[in-house]
Ligand binder design. Sequence first.
Ligand SMILES: [Cu+2]
Length: 91
Amino acid sequence: MKHVAWLFAGCMVVGTAFAEEKTVTLSVQDMTCAACPITVKKALNGVDGVTKVSVSLESKEAIVTYDDAKTKVDALVDATTFAGYPSKVKP
Ligand SMILES: [Cu+2]
């Protein structure tokens, strides 16, 4: 039983070594009122692999933290676009 536990622990270490957490800033120009960031945030949170979303109406941008092994920037852009808010990656 002890061996099994070690195996699981080993897998978890390997898993985190390959999965890289990344943060990207998306420019979302079509946000015009207080309800918009809520929709954008919801859309981004619905993407598998997204761990943190922070949306600002003032700066019209969404800061997204995601697991590089589970999702890509393109999927994040697609998610906001599908929700009605096309976005662009900020350099
Ligand atoms: Cu709005």
